[in-house]
Design a protein around this ligand. Structure first.
Ligand code: ZN
Length: 257
């Protein structure tokens, strides 16, 4: 099937970006989906597809059956490690170099922004590979084995903490947990002084991240890049119904002209 032609950017976006000094960019699952990473809420044919992710991604689920929950996360960690950032990730990193005041906040738990050259990314839902002890909370890195993705197992005991022997947990924010306080504070602060808000590939359903565009002053222009309508679309000044991996490079290209 031929690729749909890229529509022109929404009116005013390029001008807003030209004059912006402190743009806030918020990315969501759609951004990672273009790298082949299934959105958290989307179904996927896997060992765990009969489980409801909202039932696996909780502290209670982990405590009740650590091996089941850990095996799911290590499978996802390995799949993320094998995926690659796309042109949209690289374009955002380029945009940050053109606009050093840009703040990038993401709901994604992967490191695709960083691997494309992004710096200082605010991870509002944590980072999956930033493993730490469930008992004593000390961070402890692990080696990610590609076999976890290639030959997944439904259960695997989590590695033991080197200090207290407690089980290691993924660095994500589980349902019922608070977002990392420092990242959230920084993102809200960036929204409050932003002169442009750009929302990319987020459903706009998960708070507090989804509340960031509203935290910017009312006069600040807000734009969305998303092939699908989102819960934030109605609050935007302009919508660009396009893939991030196509639209963002185009935006950087137009900015350079
Ligand atoms: Zn420990």
């Amino acid at each position: 099937m031929p690729e749909a032609a890229l529509p022109a950017p929404p009116l005013g976006l390029l001008e807003a970006l030209r004059s912006a000094r402190r743009p806030l960019v918020l990315t969501g699952a759609g951004m990672s989906a273009e790298s082949g990473i299934a959105t958290f809420r989307g179904g996927e044919d896997s060992l765990w597809s009969r489980f409801d992710p909202t039932q696996l991604a909780t502290a209670d689920a982990f405590d009740a059956d650590p091996a089941l929950v850990w095996a799911w996360y290590r499978w996802r960690m390995a799949k993320l490690r094998m995926s690659q950032p796309h042109a949209g990730h690289a374009a955002l990193a380029a945009l940050a170099r053109l606009r050093p005041g840009l703040v990038l906040a993401t709901q994604n738990v992967d490191d695709l922004h960083e691997r494309a050259g992004g710096r200082g990314v605010l991870h509002l839902h944590g980072e999956i590979a930033a493993t730490r002890c469930r008992r004593c909370d000390r961070p402890q890195a692990i080696e990610i084995d590609p076999a976890w993705a290639e030959r997944p197992q439904l259960r695997a005991a989590p590695p033991a903490c080197a200090v207290c022997g407690g089980p290691l947990r993924p660095g994500v924010v589980w349902f019922g947990e608070s977002p990392p306080a420092r990242a959230l504070r920084a993102a809200i602060g960036a929204a409050q002084v932003a002169d442009l808000v750009l929302v990319v590939g987020t459903s706009g359903l998960v708070y507090p991240a989804a509340g960031l565009p509203a935290a910017a002053p009312a006069s600040v222009p807000r734009y969305e890049i998303n092939p699908e309508p989102s819960a934030l679309s109605a609050a935007m000044d302009g919508l660009w119904r396009a893939q991030a991996g196509v639209a963002l490079p185009r935006l950087v290209e137009l900015l350079a002209q």
